[in-house]
Design a binder for this molecule. Sequence first.
Ligand SMILES: *Cc1c(COP(=O)(O)O)cnc(C)c1O
Length: 378
Amino acid sequence: MIPGPTPVPEKVLQALSKHPIGHRSKEFQELVESTTKNLQWLHQTQNDVLTITGSGTAAMEAGIINTLSKGDKVICGENGKFGERWVKVAKEFGLEIIKIDSAWGTPLNPEEFKKVLEEDKQKEIKAVILTHSETSTGVINDLETISSYIREHKKALSIVDCVTSLGACNVPVDEWQLDVVASGSQKGYMIPPGLSFIAMSQKAWDAAEKSNLPKFYLNLKSYRKSLLNNSNPYTPAVNLVFALDESLKMMREEGLEKIFLRHNKHKLAMSNAVKALNLKLFAEEKYLSPSITAIKTGEMDAEEFRKQIKNNFDILLAGGQDHLKGKIFRVGHLGYVNDRDIITVISAISKTLFDLGKITNKEVGEALLVASKYLKQD
Ligand SMILES: *Cc1c(COP(=O)(O)O)cnc(C)c1O
């Protein structure tokens, strides 16, 4: 129950075990064609969605180096570990950064973006870079509002990490006119780590014509050119593409609406059960990520708590990162997760708290009752 790598369905595992085929073969071209179509469906876009062999960070880096140039002024939103990563990448490539931050556990304030964008009369800001679902804190940022302010600016691109929001909640790329959207296979896609995805708008491609940052393997123009022929510039992780084809078919069968509802009810079951157990949510309740719940442990050592859950129930929970280590634990409910998984993890957490003398059987019962109430909603 960590936010990634997430569980992989049996069908997808079987697809992975096939013998690799030539990446220039007709069979493989057919796979590229069908996965690309289904990726566009998942992103709700008519734009290109490119598949890169590399983890999610490769797509993040590709987004920056393909659309921007040295010294470009950008806004970076930072309210957690992954927002921090954006800042690091932008720094590494010599961009001039205006940081808009917010305490970890709280959302970015869209009005701050609006203000900085409105004040930019010379239109010097080339991009607004941020994380949609901040996995390190369990916060979802209000991307819909922020992207509307970016559109009003007209010049700036939106470059967004949607790694733990795509495939979990609504991310209508075209409707929100997102320019660059990065994601990774080991999250909502239900396949192992190794592939990342990047959606590029026409505005992003126009910017790519002027971008002067160094790139070779991650030069997206090569991927776009190859895609015209349903191909890849370099040898892709062929077996992961087999897996992707299966998982996207499963997603299409379930349907976007149902996928989003499932993640939403798991979020509600988890967060309300946690409250019934007298634990505190780390993130503001209005901004809970659909894919991960971060929980404060008070005076109890979160790492020790995680260890007990692992030893007694063989369930892996995620820990806190950086200054949050030992202070919070995080429950992932992203991708191939069902109601039984949620009830099981709540039971494991309840039983452990009960054994520690933190709660009585009354709270245990309440947590399970409140969780099942939310799980019933379909
Ligand atoms: C997992 C994750 C990433 C990508 O990390 P990789 O280890 O490079 O796959 C990026 N952003 C967020 C919010 C994530 O959860």
